[in-house]
Design a protein around this ligand. Structure first.
Ligand code: URA
Length: 495
């Protein structure tokens, strides 16, 4: 007999978990279960299951985390695929380690799609004010069309961010509303007639002004801000015209270029002449060779090798960490150990192409304390960071990035002269003397050290936001820089 289980649109994660647990306990194989996802009461059993065997299955945390995301995917086969893998986990507890398993590979792909969709939602939801000036709390609404059912798992993020206002995010499948501090979900609806926001015109004007016709990269723009989101973003209406008129505007800019040097040239040249000696003027290979041979401080005595930066020498984005860890020290490459894996994951989720960024560290040698056979990471001292700044300055001079992402206190110390108070300073954009913006953020290792899953998730969200912001600044997309470092790209949120 086939058991038909219908999943609700709201509370799907818990409903799937309850239903799957019941089915497993009742020993019902995947081939006897038919899953549906119509709007219906949670976990409706269309045909009664056989009696429960009472057996309790323990599953790896990783599977739970995959399931928590995959249930929100729009693929109708997601529930049965999850149940199929859960069923197999009974007899093969090590199944998740099998990287070649096609069902697991599919689940991981679905999980990635959901993460990406959540990220897009955080970036592209545009609120419009709907309340009246007399209301005690300001009130906003946004219409959004996500590719997957990501309203419910993403709404808590909006609640954390915009906790001091009432808002609704309306989508075709589910509506999330946050009223008087309470988050609720209801059925979705069709697009409501939302009023034009008074700040919309201002925003479009701002977008037009920061748009640089000489640096148009249509592909990069579209992969960052896919066209399907444009219709709900006020500033996007200006994009086709801006792209179409870019060549003519560049020609006009060239024609209008002054024939006499601008007044500032003399001043800038004087400043250039005074730049400290450490500014690198040799080629990239020579720079790497010099870094590898560095003996500027005693750290070189114990480390296996110096680890110089890696990436294109014309990268628009430079990412700076602290110092190589144990794995990096042995491999001679930055960010290839656990922190590097997390960085890779965050890059994938935010669609930042790591291979296009120049990745380096504030300190080029691994500082550690031996403990038995292990080498325990030690934070570099202020003096060591300052000694090594010579190399970071040289890398900056060679690469000339448009934006730098400083991850952690040592990177912040080297680049801004202050490595303190990162919890408050993260998200801020510091400007270097040459005008390069430095986005300050957490170090991935800090996230790995956080024990509390909620704290870790919140910090990961912030690092993702800062990575996106730095990337978008580098891509010359519109990013509003707010002094508090809040950070959805383009237009963060109602204020
Ligand atoms: N942590 C860093 O700061 N840099 C690395 O390269 C690896 C870990």
């Amino acid at each position: 007999m086939t058991v038909v289980v219908t999943m609700p649109m709201i509370g799907t994660a818990q409903a799937w978990r309850d239903a799957a647990r019941g089915l497993i306990n009742a020993n019902i194989p995947p081939c006897d279960v038919s899953w549906g996802d119509e709007t219906a009461p949670a976990g409706l059993w269309d045909s009664p299951p056989p009696p429960c065997t009472g057996k309790v299955l323990t599953v790896p945390k990783e599977f739970l985390s995959i399931a928590r995301s995959v249930v929100w995917h729009s693929d109708p086969a997601r529930f049965s695929l999850l149940y199929q893998v859960l069923w197999r986990l009974r007899d093969t507890p090590g199944l998740l380690q099998d990287r070649a398993d096609p069902e697991l590979a599919r689940l991981r792909q679905l999980q990635k799609n959901v993460h990406r969709c959540q990220h897009k939602m955080k970036a592209f939801v545009r609120f419009r004010e709907i309340g009246s000036p007399d209301d005690p709390r300001r009130s906003f609404a946004a219409w959004f069309e996500p590719s997957h059912f990501t309203v419910e798992p993403t709404a808590p993020w909006f609640a954390r961010r915009f906790g001091d206002m009432d808002w609704r995010i309306i989508t075709p499948s589910v509506t999330a509303s946050f009223i008087d501090g309470e988050l609720r979900y209801a059925e979705g609806q069709s697009k409501p007639p939302l009023p034009e926001d008074a700040s919309e015109q201002l925003w479009t004007t701002y977008f037009r002004n920061i748009f640089n016709p000489a640096r148009v990269k249509v592909k990069a723009m579209q992969s960052e801000m896919p066209k399907k989101y444009w219709k709900n973003m006020p500033e996007a209406a200006a994009i086709p015209d801006l792209i179409a008129s870019a060549p003519a505007r560049v020609r006009a800019m060239n024609d209008a270029a002054p024939t006499l040097p601008p007044l500032r040239v003399e001043k800038v040249q004087q400043q250039l002449a005074q730049l400290p000696e450490s500014v690198w003027s040799g080629n990239a290979d020579a720079l790497r060779a010099e870094i590898s041979a560095c003996t500027r401080c005693p750290l070189h005595c114990h480390a296996t090798q110096a680890v110089h930066g890696e990436g294109p020498m014309d990268a628009a984005l430079m990412i700076v960490g602290e110092q190589p860890g144990d794995t990096e020290d042995l491999a001679g490459r930055p960010f290839v150990g656990p922190a590097g894996k997390l960085l890779d994951q965050l890059c994938a989720e935010t669609e930042v192409d790591r291979s296009k960024a120049y990745i380096t560290n504030a300190v080029k040698h691994f500082k550690f304390k031996p403990r038995g056979k292990r080498r325990i990471h030690q934070q570099p001292s202020t003096t060591e960071v300052e000694q090594c700044k010579w190399w970071l300055d040289a890398e900056r001079a060679a690469v000339q990035p448009r934006v730098i992402l400083a991850m952690g206190a040592s990177a912040a110390l080297s680049l801004t002269g202050n490595g303190k108070d990162m919890r408050n300073r993260r998200g801020r954009v510091h400007q270097l003397d040459d005008g390069t913006p430095v986005v300050l953020t957490f170090h991935p290792s800090y996230l790995l050290r956080l024990q509390d899953p909620d704290a870790r998730e919140a910090a990961t969200d912030l690092l993702r936001t800062d990575l996106t912001r730095a990337h978008q600044l580098a891509q010359n997309l519109a990013v509003r820089i707010t002094p508090d470092g809040g950070g959805a790209p383009v237009r963060a949120a109602p204020q």
